[in-house]
Design a protein around this ligand. Structure first.
Ligand SMILES: [Zn+2]
Length: 64
């Protein structure tokens, strides 16, 4: 499955959840997204849980 960049740009962007640690954008969320997803910051490697409906970002802490 493929989608062109211009087709993606036509989609309505809902927001860009950002890393709570370094402020790096984690990903682009498009309109209609629901539920939760986990994302890893490419810069500081911290993992986050993102609520796709509210764009709320929560840091996933590791229990050791
Ligand atoms: Zn980060």
């Amino acid at each position: 499955m493929k989608i062109s960049e211009s087709e993606v740009q036509k989609m309505k962007l809902k927001g860009k959840p950002k890393c709570l640690t370094c402020g790096n954008p984690l990903s682009f969320v498009y309109d209609g997204a629901k539920g939760y997803t986990s994302m890893k910051c490419l810069r500081c490697k911290q993992e986050f849980l993102v609520n796709l409906e509210t764009l709320e970002v929560k840091k996933i802490t590791k229990v050791c």
